[in-house]
Design a protein around this ligand. Structure first.
Ligand SMILES: [Cu+2]
Length: 351
């Protein structure tokens, strides 16, 4: 209003029009920055807050549930195979995490982190679009207004303090409006140490040339996962993405993913969960996800790791807790001969 008043009272109208425009641009980006400060999504894991001390016990004591193992009537190898197959059966209708023909944008989000990434991506898109349109408008204006025909004699001045301040301050505001939600996204969502320290379950991933090894230290399960060859694919199963032994996780549970490598650097990536973590030999990296929709999800090694880099996909089946427990029962027997690491740890603890 004050600007409008000045506009009508002041003799130098053009200057005031420009000032009004600048103020509007400033307010626009300030509003964007304020919007970025809105509270975090409620969809973020319940584990966002540290659990009470008793509950927050690390998975190590849970592993001491191991002695109870013998009480569970062990399934026969056939029954175990059947139990695992029942939970991990391929059903084309259940596939959520996969690229679609003519897809634009990201895969459908299936975790709070990926939902946040979608939001941040769209937020940046507004800013980028505004900048692009503004710059294009300036270029068009300059081409028309300062063409040789309309402006035969060029101005000779070389400094304008006002415009220099403006084209310094506005980019700073834009960068701050981007930096705040960016840093929040990183620390509150993808790299939230409180969540990672309070998982419902831990999955250890080891990259190998050229397959993945998975371990569930809480349950003493470990196995290798290899890509299915073309002649092994079931009807509708995606080529170069399906594997023989998929990861199985319960829905709506925080999974702490610990990644390392046995040889070269690989990267564990699940687009629908917003997870991409390098697996570095001799190092244990951590990330997490909470899958919010049951279904089948595909990912790939995302670090150029050798000649079969493109042939070490990742398949995750997100299932109900009931199905997960059934799978654990079967997997303990099915993969018993492979479950080396957790047994060694338990053995060492006993000595
Ligand atoms: Cu790899």
């Amino acid at each position: 209003m004050a600007c409008l008043l000045f506009y009508y009272l002041h003799p130098n109208r053009m200057k005031l029009v420009m000032m009004t425009l600048r103020s509007l641009i400033l307010f626009f980006f300030l509003a964007l920055g304020a919007a970025a400060l809105t509270p975090a999504s409620e969809a973020l894991a319940d584990n966002h807050e540290a659990k009470p001390a008793a509950e927050a016990a690390p998975p190590a004591p849970e592993a001491s549930v191991a002695p109870a193992e013998p009480e569970v009537p062990a399934l026969s190898p056939e029954a175990a195979e059947e139990a695992v197959a029942k939970v991990t059966t391929f059903d084309a209708g259940k596939v959520i995490g996969n690229a679609k023909p003519w897809q634009l944008g990201f895969q459908e989000a299936a975790s709070p982190v990926m939902e946040r990434f979608h939001w941040f991506h769209n937020y940046l898109l507004y800013i980028i679009t505004a900048i692009s349109v503004f710059v294009l408008a300036l270029i068009v204006y300059i081409c028309v207004r300062f063409s040789e025909k309309r402006n035969p004699k060029a101005q000779q001045f070389s400094h304008n303090s006002t415009i220099e301040i403006i084209w310094t301050v506005i980019p700073i505001i834009i960068l701050v409006a981007i930096a705040i939600p960016s840093v929040r996204t990183h620390f509150q969502y993808s790299d939230n140490e409180t969540i990672i320290a309070n998982p419902d379950l831990t999955l250890k991933v080891t990259g190998n040339q050229w397959y993945w090894s998975y371990e569930y230290p809480d349950f003493g399960i470990s196995f290798d996962s290899n890509m299915k060859k073309d002649d092994e694919l079931l009807e509708g199963e995606p080529r170069l993405l399906a594997v023989d032994n998929p990861i199985v996780v319960p829905v709506n549970k925080v999974v702490r993913v610990q990644v390392t490598s046995a040889d070269v650097i690989h990267a564990f990536a699940m687009p629908a969960f917003g997870v991409k973590q390098d697996t570095v030999p001799g190092r244990l990296n951590e990330t997490w996800f909470k899958a919010t929709k049951t279904g089948i999800y595909y990912g790939q090694c995302s670090e150029l790791c050798g000649k079969f880099h493109g042939f070490m996909p990742i398949t995750v089946h997100v299932v109900s807790e009931e199905d997960f427990n059934a799978w654990v029962k079967g997997a303990k027997v099915k993969f018993a001969s492979l479950s080396r690491a957790p047994l060694q740890v338990a053995h060492a603890a006993q000595q």
